[in-house]
Design a binder for this molecule. Structure first.
Ligand code: MLY
Length: 269
């Protein structure tokens, strides 16, 4: 089977329908991605969602950015849409009276954070505000139906977007099942999750849609366990262990320069 995956043929073969556009919290026309590798921005720490950190664009894929938090390691990259509310231009946090935080697992001594931040931002290429697009409104109510097809992020391999089917619907949640993968990658998410897309999304953004797995649906019925665990919405892709919830380092001391924030210090030189 070396033929290219094609949704029209696949929907006919599987006698199924695509979930309607209005079910998704995605814009009808995917947002343009103007970001460049190396640009810096502010991002919510996926492992510590109350923190806003500095992130660098490590890669571009369709309407998404591969991000790495400055001062963190290279094992915890995450992906965000350019119209995600988890990202914003540098300076936004401070304008709102907040303080940029070291990422969870900051690799240096906590006391070196203020200087690290200053050095990181000094001379950095900051992504312009116009590159950040407004997040689409939440669809209400949940209009997904069992059997509808969609494109979904594989949360275990979040750079991948794959053909999927709605396996169950409960309240505001849907059970996303990956076609041909015997249930190993399936998950519950809210119907307004940014991780699920209408059929055709990848072809519009230029992202590579993965082909379905090789395992037949009949196998799937034999092997798949019923969706048992209650749905839990995490910002990140990884399960957060209890010990990871405690900040690795105390909050940074307040700026010794009094009222001068980091942005002001950078402007002053
Ligand atoms: N090599 C990995 C990748 C699996 C990806 C499954 N997705 C597309 C649902 C594995 O086989 O486990």
């Amino acid at each position: 089977k070396s033929e290219q995956f094609n949704w029209d043929d696949y929907l006919k073969e599987t006698e199924s329908v695509a979930a309607p556009l209005h079910c998704f919290r995605q814009s009808r026309i995917p947002p343009t991605n103007d970001f460049k590798v190396g640009m810096k921005l502010e991002a919510r720490d996926p492992r510590n969602v109350t923190s806003v950190c500095i992130a660098t664009v490590i890669g571009i894929t369709g309407a998404r950015l591969r991000l790495r938090l400055d001062g963190s390691d290279n094992k915890n990259d995450f992906w965000r849409l350019v119209d995600s509310s988890d990202i914003q231009p540098i300076g936004t946090c401070e304008k709102k009276g907040g303080m940029l935080q070291p990422p969870l697992g900051f690799q240096m001594n906590a006391s070196s954070w203020p200087m690290f931040l200053l050095r990181t931002l000094n001379g950095a290429e900051m992504a312009p505000a116009a590159f950040f697009k407004k997040e689409p409104p939440k669809p209400v109510p949940n209009c997904f139906k069992v059997g509808m097809k969609l494109e979904a992020i594989d949360r275990k391999n979040p750079y991948l977007i794959c053909p999927a089917t709605i396996g169950d619907v409960k309240g505001d949640e849907v059970f996303v099942t990956f076609d041909g993968w015997r249930g190993a990658f399936d998950y519950w998410c809210r119907c307004d999750s940014r991780d699920i897309f209408p059929v055709g999304w990848c072809s519009l953004t230029g992202d590579a849609l993965q082909p379905p797995g090789n395992n037949a649906e009949s196998d799937l019925e034999c092997w798949q366990l019923p969706p048992a665990s209650p749905p839990v919405e995490l910002f990140g892709q990884k399960k957060i262990l209890p010990e990871q919830l405690t900040p690795a380092s105390p909050p940074p001391p307040s700026s010794p320069e009094g009222d001068n924030g980091t942005m002001q210090m950078l402007k002053d030189g």
